[in-house]
Design a protein around this ligand. Sequence first.
Ligand code: PA5
Length: 478
Amino acid sequence: MVKKSEAGDESKLLTLDYNNVTAEVVGADKGLGRTELEAMKRHLTYAQKSFLRRKAKGLYPFADLPFDAKMASLCRRLATEGRKKYDDAVVLGIGGSALGANAVFSALRPLNHNSLPDETRGWPRLRVADNIDPESFEVLLDGLDLKKTFFYVISKSGATAETMSQFMIVTEKLEKKLGRKSVKDHVLFVTDPEKGVLNKLMASSPYDFSDSLSIPPGVGGRFSVFTAVGLAPLAMVGVDVAKLLAGARAAQEDFEKPVMSNKALLFAGLNHQLRSFKNGSSLVMMPYADSLARVSDWFGQLWNESLGKAERADGGPPAGQTAIKAVGATDQHSQLQLYMEGPEDKIVCFLGVEKYRANVKIPRLFQDQPELAYLSGRGLGDLLNFERQGTARALAENRRPNMTLLCSVVSPQTVGYLLQTLMLATIVSGSLYGVDPLDQPGVELGKKFTYGLMGREGFEEMKARYDKGLKSDPRRLV
Ligand code: PA5
């Protein structure tokens, strides 16, 4: 087991400041008072125990992933060989099979990684094809030198229409360009160890597919960033996956801390209280760093798909808190007006960075102009941080609850810590709302209609049901 110190001083990786959700700051009608915080603490103590009990029974395998160095070293080995052969690595996957890798890639590689010259980049470019828009997929494929491209076909179920169609298109393209025998050298499956069509294709197909990495059973898409789903493509572009896991491990260890110093528990508990007893039906996740914008996308899926559920243990109304993406400072100039003065139904969570990796100074120019003089000689990072702090204060003064998650820097350790903390918070929230955070029954019906419309065998009834429900009054087509 790797020691805690390898993640750096973990107490500094991430800080949660929740002063601005308290009744003291935003008033008793909007914020949480002492009695409510006491009640939250009791619920969280129970939720923490229940999590640890269930984890010990093997029900949360995602929580063990940071302690398993084997997959990370395998992915690093594959990447060391792969970087010599390939210029491009392409993820074919959607939802939880794409968002984690994309979030970590954007956070930890230079923002211009893909456009750097080969010598400077040193690792393949990464493309994450998480949609089936024919225009973007065609542009992507046309821009690749297939001889020097490696495809990760990532699907836990091995049944997802979007990923499977991409895979079929790519297989044909590879075959046409490189010949049937070469296809398998450019494709790696990341899937369930047994189930799904990708396993069937490995048993028998004209392409002799033989390479796959397993996603451990019990780890669903949105909790899979620390399996091969995230680690394989991330290692291939030079992300230090060992340090990423060390950060996640520190977060997992910190989850055993007492409630009031436990970031994952508090994040879950505060949002649950604000959602259930105040007006926090939406949660705006607002990183003040372009590199973390995709963490907000990843979080959106995690929070929305895990907690938006009709079936609650207590039979209560549908659960969930709508996660919304914003980026500071950009969205101060587009969304903030709504958060300051619009419907009082949102909690803003700022995701700040204490020290940015670039130090860009504003030159000492135009000092005789008061509109510009205060900027001169300051760093852009300082300005961005003051904007975050100023916005948090402004919201608080307007009695709009907000909290801040502050990363010391953006590094593999802090990103690993942040992601694991948010996954833990999601599971705990599931138990506070009394819903199953690991399933997503609500997405099934739409899929079945699609199968019916596409003529999939066995779904003829869905096509009939679709046609029957279709209202197509021409007067309403304007
Ligand atoms: O979080 C989830 O479980 C989903 O978002 C899935 O990741 C997504 O639907 C893709 O599924 P699969 O990996 O089976 O192709």
